[in-house]
Design a protein around this ligand. Structure first.
Ligand code: HEM
Length: 222
């Protein structure tokens, strides 16, 4: 997917690297976790040499997930982790224009309140997953009465993140055409930016920080 003239850069290589490290590790954890949790899904472990192999992949992928989670929280908490009132509340009241007709959807910045909610769910429940997982990995570090609680908490974190993931997958791809490029090569169209993040577009225009593709290898600020 080569960018065409006039497209705008919305993510850095570092942002995309952290996103995919988080996404791939998270999905591999969901896959191996489901495979271990339900007997009927044990077959998912066949490609990893069985249940034992799946457990090893799960535990070590969790380290990659924990590292990428820390990097993602550090990178995104200011833009995606803080609600701005009352404008974010107005966006929620209009459901972002996704569920019924809204004449004028409140303008959003780099991340809309729905995306903020997803980020916060991943950040909060991701930390819960990492901590509960660590305790289950080394159960003797705490009394059994506490360790016992880690299992339902770990399952709860999975349900929340997994459910949100499908909404994220839909909205990041077919639900909003042109979005997935933001996480593939970083280039999006001006029309997409105007529709999805109009306030951010205005801010970048005002600050003169728009990175516009000029049609060759060079990019220039316009
Ligand atoms: C494999 C399928 C996935 C696709 C196609 C995908 C796509 C995207 C896209 C296109 C964006 C940028 C949206 C925008 O700027 O408007 C984004 C952002 C983000 N993604 Fe993903 N993603 C996937 C999986 C995941 C997973 C598994 C996680 C977390 C565990 C995740 C966490 C995030 C976060 C935290 C952001 C930034 C804030 C937000 O949009 O909520 N993504 N993703």
């Amino acid at each position: 997917m080569k960018p065409t003239k006039g497209m705008i850069k919305v993510t850095t290589g570092y942002e995309r690297f952290v996103h995919w490290m988080l996404a791939v590790s998270c999905l591999l954890l969901c896959y191996t976790g489901l495979g271990m949790m339900f007997q009927s899904l044990n077959f998912l472990g066949v490609i990893m040499g069985g249940l034992k192999g799946m457990k090893i992949v799960h535990n070590y992928t969790a380290i990659v997930f924990a590292v990428s989670l820390v990097l993602a929280i550090k990178m995104w908490w200011k833009e995606a982790g803080v609600f701005v009132l009352p404008e974010d509340l107005d966006w929620f009241k209009a459901a972002g224009g996704y569920l019924w007709h809204v004449d004028k959807v409140p303008e959003t910045g780099k991340y809309n309140p729905g995306q903020k909610m997803f980020f916060l769910a991943v950040a909060i429940f991701g930390v819960i997953m990492a901590l509960t997982g660590l305790i289950m990995w080394f159960p003797t570090i705490l009394p059994a009465v506490i360790v016992r609680w880690m299992y339902p908490l770990h399952a709860l974190g999975f349900v929340v993140i997994f459910a949100f993931f499908f909404v994220h997958l839909y909205l990041g791809t077919i639900g909003n055409p042109g979005t997935v490029q933001a996480m593939i090569n970083g280039w999006v169209t001006r029309a997409w930016l105007k529709k999805q993040h109009p306030k951010w577009l205005k801010e970048m225009e005002h600050e003169g920080t728009l990175d516009v593709y000029q049609g060759d290898d060079s990019t220039k600020t316009a």
